[in-house]
Write a protein that binds this ligand. Structure first.
Ligand code: ZN
Ligand code: ZN
Ligand code: ZN
Ligand code: ZN
Ligand code: ZN
Length: 363
């Protein structure tokens, strides 16, 4: 009589039930799932190479799950599994969440997961709790950071001695102020900062004390301010509610516009790729100088005691650097890359001299 040897345990299979599969025979209890280790009964199982899995276990392992709705990402009309993934965070989600009004954080671009709600800012923007953790909400609070950036300019031998007001504003106020400026070049789709040259009345934001657990953002107070021209630059405006690192990099960007206007002798109209490019170089340089910074130290905290599971502050810094470096727009992205290359090759002061003389980056 032929003797059957189990491919699982190498023991003889005596009388009784056995399975025949993959050209071998098995004790039923030896035919096990590679993932969970339990026997596979029934005729449905998944194979990967010679490894056997329960269908469900295989799906758990290999079928991508959506990080927004936490369901398996459904196949598209051609039967393929198609998902979106953020280029930096790698967050995977169903394509439909781009159209079903799932909120996206206005700072880090991640999409709101169903079980981790974002907070709403008064002007309609959404902010994730990790970005909220170091968000700068109040014009008074932000002055300290503003002075850090001014010191950074002084440290680069680019002291800005005129005193320029710096105000935090809501999105609508920023867009209105932008429309009142003569030179209308700006970052699409969303402007986050502005260097004003015109006399305007601007509505600025302050936070009322005190944020509570039920209202982690706190309530905001607005105040209108008439800006008078004391020099070529009337004010720096920055969107409120953004994390300290992002707020600082926007300030560094806008202060470069200010520096260019105040240190004049520029060609009449600077090519946007040169002007925005060198401003982004300054934002990038400041961000790089913040390695290991504590994040929330000089700004607000969100108030509530419970901290969201925190992504390392360094990851946010990397993200903001990545955003500048990978920007696809001709002015900000190509401009930054050309400016960065020039500064690496010739140094900042020679690059600035060259811009003053020719309106272009040295090559
Ligand atoms: Zn066996
Ligand atoms: Zn299993
Ligand atoms: Zn989903
Ligand atoms: Zn965020
Ligand atoms: Zn700019």
């Amino acid at each position: 009589m032929h003797r059957y040897i189990c491919a699982g345990c190498n023991q003889e299979i005596g009388p009784g039930r056995f399975l025949s599969c993959l050209g071998s025979v098995w004790h039923p209890q030896c035919f096990r799932c590679k993932a969970c280790g339990d026997p596979i009964s029934g005729s449905q199982f998944a194979l990967s190479g010679s490894d056997r899995y329960h269908k469900e276990c295989y799906r758990d392992l290999y079928h991508p799950k959506c990080e927004v709705c936490h369901q398996f990402i459904p196949p598209n009309s051609s039967g393929l599994i198609e998902y979106r993934a953020h280029p930096f965070w790698g967050q995977k989600y169903c394509p439909l969440h781009e159209k079903d009004s799932t909120p996206r954080c206005c700072s880090c671009e991640r999409v709101e997961a169903r079980d981790a709600r974002f907070v709403s800012l008064d002007d309609g923007r959404k902010l994730c709790l990790e970005c909220l953790d170091s968000a700068v909400m109040d014009t008074h609070e932000c002055q300290h950071l503003y002075h850090e950036i001014l010191d950074f300019y002084e440290g680069m031998n680019m002291k800005i001695s005129q005193s320029i007001p710096m105000l935090l504003v809501e999105r609508q106020a920023l867009n209105e102020a932008r429309e009142h400026e003569r030179d209308g070049y700006h970052h699409l789709p969303e402007t986050r900062g502005l260097c004003l040259s015109e006399e305007q009345t601007v509505s600025t934001v302050y936070r009322k004390p005190k944020a509570s657990r039920s209202n982690p953002v706190g309530s905001m107070r607005k105040e209108s301010l008439r800006l008078r021209r004391q020099c070529e630059v009337t004010a720096i405006l920055v969107l409120y509610g953004l994390p300290r690192l992002l707020t600082g990099s926007i300030l560094a960007h806008e202060l470069m516009h200010a520096w260019l206007r105040l240190n004049g002798e520029l060609p009449e109209l600077l090519n946007p790729a040169v002007e925005e490019g060198i401003c982004q170089v300054m934002a990038h340089t400041w961000l790089e100088s913040q390695i290991g910074s504590s994040g929330g130290s000089s700004s607000s905290s969100s108030g509530g005691k419970q901290k969201p599971k925190s992504i390392n502050n360094d990851r946010f810094q990397e993200f903001f650097l990545h955003q500048i470096a990978m920007d696809s727009s001709p002015a900000y992205g190509d401009g930054f890359r050309a400016g960065h290359q020039s500064v690496v090759q010739f140094g900042l002061s020679r690059t600035l001299e060259h811009i003053k003389l020719t309106g272009s980056f040295p090559v």
